[in-house]
Design a protein around this ligand. Structure first.
Ligand SMILES: C[C@@]1(CC(=O)O)C2=NC(=C\c3[nH]c(c(CCC(=O)O)c3CC(=O)O)Cc3[nH]c(c(CC(=O)O)c3CCC(=O)O)/C=C3\N/C(=C\2)[C@@H](CCC(=O)O)[C@]3(C)CC(=O)O)/[C@H]1CCC(=O)O
Ligand SMILES: NC(=O)c1ccc[n+]([C@@H]2O[C@H](COP(=O)([O-])OP(=O)(O)OC[C@H]3O[C@@H](n4cnc5c(N)ncnc54)[C@H](O)[C@@H]3O)[C@@H](O)[C@H]2O)c1
Length: 251
């Protein structure tokens, strides 16, 4: 099964979590924080769940298939996290029959949706999963990516610049196709990159906007073409920057 990685809004969606233990609590918190309407169904609930505002708790006998059907009616996502395999199987088959997405925390293979290891560095979200093959490996990979970005002053400056530049360009250049090529075109300009590297973001922006205004309409700088050019110039330096010591641990 090939799954598609997505960043999904659950705002206002109904999510039903089966199991109110360790895993069910973690799922309920995550989806509630994302704005979902969360119901947890279980025989007993963790202390944390009992004191959590905004999550509905339903004490239920999950051996009754009819109950499961009623409980998940209208749900967007069902989470399976009870400690009883037979109950988990039953929930899985009912949810499948009703065409509802399933996150099965107890069986990675049949799960429609996986919950990844996640973190964020300066507004860039990192989500990584081995889809059940090895959480240990995925966790270490997450650490490496996160650490590389946090130590990488060069990338952090690019990140600051690129977000501001996109905002500026959206205000100034009407056609999205024009903007699309300009985003990368300016990244191939040595002055712009020099300013970025030195942390002179205002100067880099000024220069980039000047170039973009002059060259609006230019073509041939879509990511597949421009990125290799950019990397041939700056790739090694960017990779080496992953190994720099922290400048400022608080960022
Ligand atoms: C990131 C995180 C998110 C989260 O769960 O919130 C996550 N697992 C976390 C913790 C954790 N997982 C396990 C323990 C040991 C408990 C113990 O000691 O027994 C602990 C520790 C704990 O619970 O504290 C074991 C385990 N995990 C899965 C199974 C079932 C199976 O393998 O089928 C088993 C039983 C294995 C076995 O039976 O051998 C399956 C999954 N775990 C996933 C994600 C997904 C794929 C991730 C990937 O492969 O990359 C997937 C498929 C679930 C999904 O997609 O929903 C979270 C990080 C929390 C953090 O950040 O610290
Ligand atoms: N995906 C992951 O990251 C991950 C991590 C750890 C464990 N797991 C798996 O998830 C499952 C749950 O783990 P946990 O640590 O949350 O377990 P837990 O023992 O803390 O919680 C189990 C929950 O199931 C409920 N339950 C048990 N029998 C029930 C019944 N007859 N009717 C209704 N509810 C019932 C309990 O009331 C409890 O709320 C286990 O199968 C475990 O293998 C997955």
């Amino acid at each position: 099964m090939k799954r598609v990685p997505l960043f999904l809004s659950l705002e206002g969606r109904k999510v039903v979590v089966f199991g109110g233990g360790h895993v069910g609590t973690r799922r309920a918190k995550k989806f509630k924080e994302a704005g979902a309407k969360v119901t947890v169904v279980a025989k007993d609930f963790s202390e944390e769940l009992k004191s959590l505002d905004g999550v509905e708790l339903v004490k239920a006998d999950l051996r009754d298939e009819k109950t499961i059907e009623e409980l998940i009616n209208g749900a967007f996502l069902v989470v399976i996290a009870t400690s009883v395999p037979e109950i988990n199987d039953k929930i899985f088959s009912v949810a499948k029959k009703m065409g509802i997405l399933v996150n099965d925390a107890t069986n990675a293979n049949r799960s429609d949706v996986h919950v990844p290891f996640e973190s964020e560095v300066e507004g860039i979200r990192i989500a990584i999963s081995s889809e059940g093959a090895s959480g240990v490996s995925a966790h270490i990979a997450q650490y490496l990516i996160e650490e590389c970005l946090k130590r990488n002053t060069f990338w952090k400056n690019i990140n600051r610049f690129a977000k501001l530049f996109k905002k500026e360009l959206k205000n100034r250049i009407k056609d999205a196709k024009d903007r699309y090529h300009l985003y990368w075109y300016v990244m191939l300009n040595d002055d712009v990159i020099r300013f970025i590297k030195e942390g002179r973001i205002e100067d880099a922006l000024y220069k980039a906007i000047e170039i973009a205004t002059k060259e609006a309409g230019i073509r041939g700088y879509e990511p597949s073409k421009a990125m290799p050019l950019f990397l041939s110039k700056w790739g090694d330096e960017l990779l080496l920057s992953c190994c720099s010591p922290f400048e400022d641990r608080s960022r």
